[in-house]
Design a protein around this ligand. Sequence first.
Ligand SMILES: [Zn+2]
Length: 428
Amino acid sequence: MPADLTARLFAEIAARRGDLVRLTQDLIRIPTVNPPGRNYLEICEYLAERLGRAGFRVDLVRAEGALGDAPAHPRWNLVARAEGGGAGDCVHFNSHHDVVEAGHGWTRDPFGAEVEGDRIYGRGACDMKGGLAASIIAAEAFIAACPNYRGAIEISATADEESGGFGGVAYLAEQGWFAPERVQHVIIPEPLHKDRICLGHRGVWWAEIETKGRIAHGSMPFLGDCAVRHMGAVLAEMEAALFPLLATKRTEMPVIPDGARQPSLNINAVHGGAAEQDEDYTGLPTACVPDRCRITIDRRFLIEEDLAEVKREVTALMERVKDVRPSFDYEIRDLFEVQPVMTERDAPVVSTTAAAIKRVLGRQANYVVSPGTYDQKHIDRIGRLKNCIAYGPGILDLAHQPDEWVGIQDMEDSAKVMALVLTELLTP
Ligand SMILES: [Zn+2]
């Protein structure tokens, strides 16, 4: 790439620094809290106005009938497209516009978007309104510096990533918005940090396991069958056999943090016996043998593991417990599953981003894989598009925390990387 073009691009981005800050602030000040999914139309209309002014053709798409879509909280998405002067590839930046609840422990207004030094504070600052703003500034600066580019640039702002993405990227992918003939490269500006390329994520299996017994009077438990004791045996077998088995596995995927290079199992919840009473109930509980006990498990699996095998490990464990507890019965219900995804390192979007990081930051890119999933799963599985990464400013550890912030310099550096990627992929 000619040095004068790079200099022009960087100058266009530097000139937009104030705009980058204001845009990020404006986005944070629209509290798109999910659940339940507030102000989705408002943020899409704000972006439509902004991107329309920059010459993008804008579509607002409601995910009608998708999981979560309801009259009170419609699932609105925005897709904006700018066409260049000739045939070429399309580079798509996808950001989710929803944020998780503020929660407790803030020392600032979570939706005030206060600037202090190099930081902008607020819910969604790093996850991921800062990344969305950086991609918009990158696209606008690129179009100003290279008005004769080929192909197309797309920017989408999508709903519900924090709750599975079914009213967002999954819906758009089902409707063909990520079909390989219309989009060839996807960058998701999630907060992985400006020198990291995230190639994909581990798989997920959520399930509910229920043990079954028989209710009886608590003074004569021998007349009943205690489902909680059966569950205790299940948990003991997990400690004795399943957790040690998982500790023997390790992936070749560059998952961060290092602990997540093994499969993981979390027991999200346990419920058994009588339902808890309302806070204003002043009486005692009743004497009953619990006849049902349930746990919810969250199993994260590696690209080397097969989901059917992951499920078989749990069924085999339940059968071992059943062998020594004759009255024992159980059920396993699938709640949610996601296959692991990992983009190849020689994919065009990966190699161009790596080269751009080297150019902007003067150091080699780090390749990582996320321990948890994000919208890449839908682009990969439904959209059949493999040439996809997550790359964006912000520190992942700050996501969903009180006093979340994003660094202004980090956003500017990421915008430079994104603009260089556009130059590499869309100019001859
Ligand atoms: Zn996110």
